[in-house]
Design a protein around this ligand. Structure first.
Ligand SMILES: [Mg+2]
Length: 415
């Protein structure tokens, strides 16, 4: 069996509750990889700078290959090969014939980040869906088998738009618990955005700190003592104020404080961790090598990879296992729509040290519907239920995709 083509299309639609509770838009790339025997795989990628171009670049290297050789393809694209470089028989889309192409010869120790690995993350997702279908088994079985049959979802609430209205905070908390979620996350940088004094200096003045505490306290009082609450700092703050923030919020019994300082310095984060009464969670944009650096530097208590950014599910497998060797739990960042969330849930199912998987788009119903799982809803009672269907068990919802196809894009349907 050989790969015959890769299609990519961009979706675009409304997002009623974005950062800081403000309305905005949501955009995603969907990927379909075809084979000469009719099987195909679906993947999702983040629509960020250079990712669509990255997917198109990978397409040229993918056509003609064995679809089951996922890790060798990933390794070659990300880390290159060592001499003598192998040659792969591939289909040349310009000459319409099979030809031999040398493999990439970039440094075997290179660790690219950014658009290359974000594109590769979506392509790898589609390749694993395809591999599962070829082997007639769910993707979680390719990742080691499932520990659990439903995946705990944690809902990202950011902040209400009326940020200074305690009733708005209480209503947002009440609504989330009523909808079945038992783990919630808030963006501390939006929590008191009306009280910021200096946009640049990474500090949290006392008035702003007090606003953060007052508003999150109203959430804790609303949801009671048993609901898990998390706070995201978006890599914004200096060390001393991140420590003070952790101390001020300790009485709320938070599950974690996320990305307190900029991510380029593991030692700075390690200093915060050493002094913080709250567990430190890091890594939503990290690749495996960055997790290794932060774990080795004792700069985190919880890791937080995202399958759209870390290189995909198999890189997620490596990252989770490295953390497990240190008895560190893994939460999963999730900026994905329904397909990436289902894909991430397959890794979560096969990961012993899994804690919770993030979802952002509760109010944007179309984001939860551009793929379908026959007869199974995306979420039930705050969990994502898994199925026994091959691959990710999803099919494209062509109606939703057509309705939200971005300008200039061509719809691909089922082949
Ligand atoms: Mg975050």
């Amino acid at each position: 069996m050989r790969i015959t083509d890769l299609h990519c299309m961009r979706l675009l639609g409304p997002r009623p509750h974005g950062g800081g509770g403000k309305p905005g838009t949501f955009s995603k790339l969907l990927v379909r990889i075809d084979t000469d025997e009719g099987s195909y795989g679906l993947g999702e990628a983040e629509n960020m700078m250079g990712v669509k171009e990255g997917i198109e670049y990978l397409r040229a290297w993918l056509i003609g290959r064995d679809p089951m050789a996922v890790r060798p393809f990933f390794s070659e694209m990300l880390y290159g090969t060592v001499p003598p470089h192998p040659r792969f028989r591939v289909y040349d889309p310009i000459r319409f014939e099979k030809t031999y192409r040398p493999s990439l010869i970039c440094s075997p120790t290179a660790t690219p980040t950014g658009p290359v690995i974000w594109a590769l993350s979506g392509v790898e997702m589609a390749l694993l869906d395809l591999a599962g279908k070829i082997l007639n088994t769910p993707v979680y079985n390719l990742l080691g088998g499932r520990y659990r049959d439903r995946i705990r979802i944690y809902l990202d609430r950011s902040a209400p738009e009326a940020v200074d209205d305690l009733d708005a905070w209480k209503k947002m908390a009440e609504d989330s618990v009523r909808d079945g979620f038992t783990q919630l996350k808030f963006d501390i940088d939006y929590t008191a955005s009306d009280l910021v004094e200096d946009f640049w200096n990474r500090s949290i003045p006392l008035q702003q700190m007090n606003g953060m505490v007052r508003r999150l306290k109203s959430v804790r009082q609303t949801v009671g003592q048993d609901v898990e609450l998390c706070v995201d700092c978006h890599m914004q703050y200096n060390v001393v104020d991140a420590v003070r923030l952790a101390q001020e919020l300790a009485f709320l019994k938070l599950m974690w404080l996320e990305d307190p300082t900029p991510i380029s310095n593991p030692q700075a984060c390690a200093t915060v961790r050493e002094k913080s009464p709250i567990a430190i969670c890091i890594g939503e944009m990290f690749i495996a090598e960055q997790f290794r650096l932060f774990i080795d530097a004792k700069a985190c208590d919880i890791i937080h990879p995202d399958v759209l950014f870390c290189g995909g599910l198999q890189e997620g497998r490596r990252i989770a296992d490295y953390a497990e060797l240190h008895y560190l739990p893994m939460a999963m960042h999730g900026n994905g729509g329904c397909l990436a969330t289902i894909a991430a849930a397959h890794l979560a199912a096969a990961t012993r040290n899994f804690l919770g998987l993030e979802y952002h788009f509760w109010e944007a119903q179309w984001v939860g519907r551009y793929v379908n799982r026959e007869g199974v809803s995306l979420f039930k009672d705050g969990y994502l239920p898994l199925t026994d269907a091959p691959g990710f068990g999803v099919e494209l919802n062509v109606e939703v995709c057509r309705e939200h196809l971005a300008p200039g894009e061509t719809l691909f349907s089922e082949p």
